[in-house]
Design a protein around this ligand. Structure first.
Ligand SMILES: Cc1cc2nc3c(=O)[nH]c(=O)nc-3n(C[C@H](O)[C@H](O)[C@H](O)COP(=O)(O)OP(=O)(O)OC[C@H]3O[C@@H](n4cnc5c(N)ncnc54)[C@H](O)[C@@H]3O)c2cc1C
Length: 407
């Protein structure tokens, strides 16, 4: 039997494409190597599945993806946030938007999201096969003729869609198989690295802050003289460095393929200018007879105050009044410009996404069709698109899967 479309990968992108094609009356086969569909989808958002971020204007939404924004405009104009919300609501799945704009199923269950697709695909007559790992492609006249499974079975189709995801959290099944295939097919894979991953800090002693979370920090990433990214938001200190939304988001720019090392500068008081904070410190230190540690606690959390004094070699139990101008300037710098050095990638198995992937120059955004192999389609994280945390990466899977499945 020859299918109209074979979809490789039963994650959110493959599920959406399969459903769209099946509902158009196509003979579609979805192949997933795991026993279960959507393993990564099921652990997303801590099992609650943050399906998107409630940004109705597709132009604003596209800007969240940096260099991929232009490519995404025609995609989001057809299938963006309003459309994915409508898609689930039309299928009787209630959604809720939390105050930080993140959209979840009202039930808080990622399994409910998966169930929408399984029901939709089977009702529309699509075929799902799990425990089917695609191993290779047979090409003829620059077209994919067949795929070969690990079992040796060959499957023919008119069109093929690769939706195998990236290579992070490989235990979920996304082990980066497609990068090799795509290179063999003549495609370009841009440099890959782990994204939305905890930051490994090189600083001695930072471990002392493990567990401390701060709700509003400004992070500035640079390599040498080059300013690379700025991110505002919450962070948490970990045993090996930093995590939390702002740290995870800025990790998308830690491209060690391009730079050897990075400096991350933390501003613990982004609302105050350097001058205003200096005036505040002068007043605080002169005000009453407190220990310097207690005065500083009015500006930063107690653990951070003690840590800053320790690394500066200032006795925390001296009176604030006797802090010298030079010491005050050092304290000021530690609050406004605390430097963390980063010399290495985090582990892919701790990264929510893979940054880099199939070059967007080689994909037609109107159809998600390859510009090199005309019966090949691409969708989801395998593409060179990396969004921040907060539902942006699943939105890529839904939108690109929708376009590919409807061509
Ligand atoms: C812990 C965690 C939490 C996350 N939370 C969120 C969140 O709340 N919101 C959000 O927007 N994003 C979140 N993400 C990111 C998001 O889950 C991914 O971007 C998204 O799943 C990518 O979808 P995809 O369909 O492209 O690929 P995947 O979900 O990776 O699916 C690819 C599928 O292809 C299958 N496959 C691979 N190779 C083969 C092969 N050779 N043959 C057959 N099948 C194959 C895999 O088994 C897998 O099931 C999270 C990621 C992680 C790791």
């Amino acid at each position: 039997m020859k299918y109209d479309l074979v979809v490789i990968g039963g994650g959110p992108a493959g599920l959406m494409a399969t459903l769209q094609a099946a509902e158009k009356g196509r003979q579609v086969l979805l192949l997933e190597k795991n026993k279960r569909l959507g393993v990564k989808l099921l652990i997303s958002g801590g099992g609650r599945c943050n399906i998107t971020n409630d940004i109705p204007d597709y132009r604003v939404l596209a800007k969240s993806y940096g260099p991929a924004a232009k490519f995404l405009l025609p995609i989001f104009s057809r299938f963006g946030v309003s459309e994915i919300k409508e898609f689930f609501e039309n299928r009787k799945l209630a959604l809720k938007t939390e105050p930080d704009n993140k959209v979840f199923p009202e039930s808080n269950l990622a399994t409910d999201i998966l169930a929408v697709f399984v029901k939709g695909i089977t009702t529309a007559g699509g075929t799902i096969r799990t425990e089917c790992e695609v191993k290779d492609f047979i090409i003829q006249n620059n077209l994919i003729e067949k795929i070969i499974l690990h079992s040796g079975e060959e499957i023919s189709a008119t069109r093929f869609l690769i939706a195998t995801g990236g290579k992070s959290y490989s235990a979920t099944g996304s082990s980066g198989d497609a990068y090799r295939w795509l290179k063999q097919l003549g495609h370009t894979i841009t440099p890959l690295y782990p994204g939305l991953a905890p930051i490994l800090a090189n600083n001695q002693g930072l471990k002392e802050l493990e567990g401390l979370s701060l709700s509003a920090v400004r992070l500035k990433l640079a390599s040498g003289q080059k300013e690379i990214a700025i991110e505002d938001g919450p962070i948490i200190f970990t045993a090996s460095g930093l995590s939390g939304p702002a740290a995870l988001n800025i990790s998308r720019f830690l491209d060690f393929n391009q730079y050897q090392s990075f400096v991350l500068r933390l501003d613990f008081q982004p609302e105050l200018t350097l001058e205003d904070l200096d005036k505040l410190l002068i007043n605080l230190f002169a005000k009453d007879n407190k220990f310097v540690k207690n005065s500083l606690e009015e500006i930063v959390p107690a653990r951070l105050a003690v840590f800053i004094l320790k690394i500066l070699g200032i006795n925390e139990n001296i009176k604030a009044k006797i802090i010298t101008r030079v010491e005050r300037k050092k304290i000021l710098e530690s609050i406004k410009d605390f430097k963390v050095t980063i010399n290495n990638f985090s582990d892919y198995d701790k990264a929510m996404i893979t940054v880099g992937g199939l070059s967007l120059k080689e994909v037609d955004a109107k159809t998600m069709r390859s510009k090199i192999i005309s019966n090949l389609y691409l969708a989801g994280e395998v593409l060179d698109i990396a969004g921040p945390t907060g539902g942006f990466n699943l939105q890529i899977a839904w939108s690109t899967g929708f376009i590919a499945g409807n061509d």
